[in-house]
Design a protein around this ligand. Sequence first.
Ligand code: CMP
Length: 136
Amino acid sequence: MSNIEQTLSIIKPDAVERNLQDKIKSEFINNDFEIVEEKKIHISKDEAEIFYKVHESKPFYKDLCEYLSSGPIVVMRLQKDNAVLENRKLMGATNPKDADDGTLRKKYGISIDKNSVHGSDSVENAKIELDFFFKD
Ligand code: CMP
């Protein structure tokens, strides 16, 4: 039975800065994701703080928000069967050092902060994160 889902993907500042967005978008397309919507934006630190609010209590929160707002990002609405889990598999572990070969973070990530991509971690959070960037 099919289980079509949507999830949010962000190509983070480190990857956009290195002009990797087309390469990363091809990886999604080659793995049967449909890019339903996308936009290149530069968010403020206040917006990043709202987006990453779940991490508010973490020691890395301030740096994380500064980083996400440090340059342009590409946000995408991805669709596929089991998109949330499939995207997490394609991205690999949060820390590129621990990510499996062939995953996006292994191929393109620089460090745990500059790990090139973000993806929603659950169907529930995907809805919240997609609304954050795409609700008009
Ligand atoms: P992301 O999937 O965007 O979600 C939160 C981000 O926090 C994560 O990717 C990492 O880039 C960043 N981060 C920095 N330090 C840590 C850490 N110790 N544990 C988890 N995430 C971290």
